[in-house]
Design a protein around this ligand. Structure first.
Ligand SMILES: O=P(O)(O)OC[C@H]1O[C@H](OP(=O)(O)OP(=O)(O)O)[C@H](O)[C@@H]1O
Ligand code: HPA
Length: 220
């Protein structure tokens, strides 16, 4: 069952803007972010809960958990670990196959509109009859996920669900809402925890709002 929006954590800009000196930020990013929206510890605690919810909704059938690279990598990796712990606690067994797809459409803080997906025809055909769980870092305009779902349509999956750590509250949204959401975030360009700006900031632990200095410094 998709989560009810009341189950998401709503990150409100004025309430959730931890000062940069409240947490450790690497020196090389000090000027490049303006506030911390979600500290790393909170991200991890939230993923533990998402893992509990997700594992409780599957039976003992094998699932294919597919990481949407590159941004989804950290969430995927932590989610799998928490899912294994949750299964252990629930005394339940759920065999998981781990899979990866590379998708890219952003340059600077804008979608180019050209969503490139690495799946080959052979890889797509192999998904027939599988229970697929797509794991994404963020749904912003929703165009990436819309294209992924449209691509999968004719391949006769047994089931398809999407978990996204973040869902951006933006007027540019196409209206797509994933089954599982960690946090609803304000309409700011966010970086850290593998979310990037031109491949920078993936090594930052917390989820932060990028500063104008950061945008300027790393723009292409
Ligand atoms: O909802 P949308 O507006 O389509 O944006 C979301 C997508 O944008 C980012 O990918 P990006 O193209 O930056 O590639 P990356 O995962 O390698 O960072 C992110 O990882 C999502 O896949
Ligand atoms: O806010 C964002 N941050 C990083 N990557 C993204 N891809 C879409 N939106 C974002």
């Amino acid at each position: 069952m998709p989560m009810n929006p009341s189950q998401w954590i709503d990150v409100v800009e004025d309430k959730f803007n931890y000062n940069l000196d409240h947490f450790v930020i690497p020196d090389h990013y000090q000027d490049d972010v303006k506030s911390i929206l979600i500290p790393h510890g909170l991200i991890m605690d939230r993923i533990a809960k998402l893992a509990q919810i997700i594992t409780s909704e599957y039976d003992n059938e094998r699932i294919t958990v597919c990481c949407v690279l590159k941004g989804g990598h950290q969430f995927f990796s932590d989610l799998i670990n928490y899912m294994k712990k949750a299964l252990n606690k629930q005394g339940k067994t759920l065999p998981m196959t781990l899979d990866f797809v590379r998708v890219k459409s952003y340059e600077n803080d804008q979608s180019t509109g050209d969503v490139r997906i690495s799946w080959t025809e052979k890889e797509l055909k192999e998904l027939k009859g599988k229970n697929l769980l797509l794991v994404e870092d963020i749904i912003d305009t929703g165009n990436t996920m819309k294209k992924l779902l449209a691509t999968l349509e004719k391949y006769e999956l047994k089931s398809l669900k999407v978990a996204s750590l973040l869902l951006k509250k933006t007027p540019l949204s196409c209206g797509y809402v994933p089954d599982y959401v960690g946090f609803a975030v304000p309409d700011l360009f966010v970086v850290g925890y593998c979310l990037d700006y031109n491949d920078i900031f993936r090594d930052l632990d917390h989820i932060c709002a990028i500063s104008d200095v950061g945008k300027e410094k790393y723009s292409v």
